[in-house]
Design a protein around this ligand. Structure first.
Ligand code: FES
Length: 567
């Protein structure tokens, strides 16, 4: 699709089934009942899906932003109808018990948006989303629906402050590690907890929410600067009000998500993930988004992008700066312009503005490398290739995902310390069971075994907070928070629940993680592993009913994006 393509004739091509066809009097009666006028019955209807809810700072303001979106929709001759779907706070899930629901919530969000928009015959959809799983869930639904759609990111949080230090959610987790190591007073511990989170917005580093928001903007499914305006910045409300005009263009030209999500735009998205040092969760989510759009994307495709894109951004968790600092230097559009100018983005990809990536960036000022230190030039990158590395080997025959920024080294060799639950790491830290030179193995945390493939932010933060830094490595068939840093390898497949080799590791086994050779090796003979396998008993599923029972039965492996809607 190009900027000159023809106008579609029926803007209300779906909703007219309810508003124009004589066979649906009850639907029309109900639409009058919710306040639509005779005039409104001729207009296209746009579902506005909000993951707003009061109990999470990432989502607490989204219902308010949805009202601004609706105003912009109505002002452009369209009918906006707000509905809600769920969210799960990744910051408040309390270890496995709650965290089991985090990744499944992505697919629940996708399923619920697909259900409402299809069942109610909406002509387009705007998704207003905040916490980690909201964005991929929304985009998966938009790809499946393939009706004109725009994602609005709720925005990053401002940083907290305590005793002259900037804080965020990871500061609270790391304070716990310091407490276990007796490195912090009770007063300062409480001061950090009290001041880490000052209000609305998603976690403030280049963690999963900001990673997905930045890369989805690069993919073209949100307006320029959507990922750069903090939640409380006035630009965020302005963005919401502009959605109506953009939606009108998409409807008139029938530009749909599958025109926007293409092999090239997926490459653009993942290029931005690598340049900005984004979360390993982006691997899972873009595998799933591609599948929702009917496209093929593999972990090896992602490795190829990592091989050619340097890490440029000095952003947390491994760097110094927060997402809120990005706006002042030109935001994600300035980074995109720099990448485009250097031949690292496809400029001809369509976006929700109705213009191409290159057209959107024409008036964006260039990055000023003399005036800012957040984004390094390509001539002096933080790391010459991407930080996300796909490792295979006898410990991960079908793949695993490492996050290597270069600060933690490129090779780790150590002895296994096996933990069947992330809580065991915390116990071990408290009783001196964690020592330098160990590879902590957290297993039965995969998509089926966890279930839900829990994030390991609590153990990794506690290990960092306790001062182990680059002295230990952590590997798991679970996954990591975008806030995790250190020498970590997750998404190990096959997972332990399915009899992957990680199920056979014993305390004291030697493990090598080689990110140059991209190999993760368990130094145990094939004969010994075969004997251990003979003695291994498959674990019973932890749930057989409810959301998690369904999830265990349906979820694909991490190397397949943990999708739940494929046979
Ligand atoms: Fe919501 Fe981190 S807990 S973005």
């Amino acid at each position: 699709m190009t900027a000159e393509e023809p106008v579609a004739t029926e803007l209300n091509r779906f909703s007219r089934t309810l508003t124009q066809e004589i066979s649906n009097p009850a639907a029309k009666a109900m639409l009058f009942g919710v306040g639509l006028s005779e005039d409104d019955m001729q207009k296209p209807q746009i579902g506005i899906a909000s993951t707003g809810y009061e109990g999470n700072t990432c989502n607490m303001h989204l219902n308010g932003l949805s009202v601004y979106v609706k105003q912009g929709i109505q002002a452009n001759g369209l009918v906006g109808l707000i509905f809600n779907t769920i969210g799960v706070s990744d910051g408040m899930t309390n270890g496995n018990d709650g965290m089991r629901y985090s990744l499944p919530s992505r697919d629940l969000i996708a399923d619920s948006i697909e259900s409402v928009v299809t069942a109610q015959w909406y002509d387009g959809v705007v998704t207003v989303v905040g916490c980690d799983k909201n964005m991929p869930g929304a985009v998966m639904a938009m790809a499946r629906l393939d009706r004109p759609g725009i994602m609005v990111y709720g925005g990053t949080i401002r940083s907290g402050h305590y005793k002259g230090q900037k804080l965020d959610i990871v500061s609270a987790f790391e304070a716990l590690g310091k407490k276990y190591a007796n490195n912090i007073s009770d007063e300062d511990y409480n001061g950090v907890i009290r001041n880490s989170i000052p209000g609305a917005g998603a976690c403030g580093g280049m963690y999963t929410a900001n990673t997905m928001a930045s890369s989805i903007e690069a993919m073209g499914l949100s307006l320029p600067f959507s990922s750069s305006y903090p939640a409380t910045h006035e630009g965020k409300q302005e963005e919401c009000k502009k959605i109506g005009a953009a939606m009108r263009v998409l409807l008139e030209r029938n530009i749909t998500p599958q025109d926007i999500i293409t092999p090239k735009s997926l490459e653009n998205a993942l290029t931005v993930v690598m340049a900005l040092g984004g979360s390993t969760n982006a691997v899972l989510h873009f595998l799933a988004i591609a599948r929702s759009a009917g496209l093929s994307l593999t972990i090896d495709d992602i490795q190829a992008i990592s091989d050619r894109v340097p890490l440029l951004a000095d952003l947390k968790p491994s760097g110094k700066y927060y997402m809120e600092d990005m706006l002042a230097i030109g935001g994600v559009p300035a980074v995109m312009k720099y990448l485009l100018k250097n031949g690292m983005l496809h400029g001809d990809c369509m976006t929700v503005t109705g213009k191409t990536v290159a057209e959107n960036l024409v008036d964006i000022p260039d990055l000023d490398f003399d005036a800012q230190q957040i984004i390094h030039p390509l001539t002096n990158p933080i790391k010459k290739t991407g930080h996300i590395q796909i490792l295979r080997g006898n410990l991960a025959p079908t793949g695993s995902v490492a996050k290597i920024t270069g600060k933690e080294g490129e090779r780790f060799e150590g002895v296994a310390k096996v933990c069947e639950h992330e809580g065991d790491v915390i116990d071990a830290l408290q009783n001196g069971g964690i020592q330098a030179g160990q590879v902590i193995v957290i297993r039965n945390a995969g998509p089926k075994g966890g279930p839900g493939m829990s994030e390991m932010l609590k153990p990794t933060s506690a290990v960092m907070g306790a001062g182990f830094g680059d002295k230990v490595a952590l590997i798991t068939d679970g996954r990591f928070s975008g806030g995790t840093h250190g020498f970590v390898v997750g998404h190990i497949t096959p997972e332990a629940f399915e009899g992957g080799p990680i199920a056979l590791v014993k305390d004291g086994d030697r493990i090598t993680i080689d990110t140059i050779g991209r190999e993760i090796t368990l130094h145990v003979s094939d004969e010994e592993l075969a004997e251990r396998r003979r003695q291994w008993t498959p674990p019973a599923p932890r749930f057989v009913k409810g959301v998690l029972g369904k999830y265990i039965r349906n979820v694909k492996s991490a190397s397949e994006g943990c999708v739940t809607d494929e046979a």
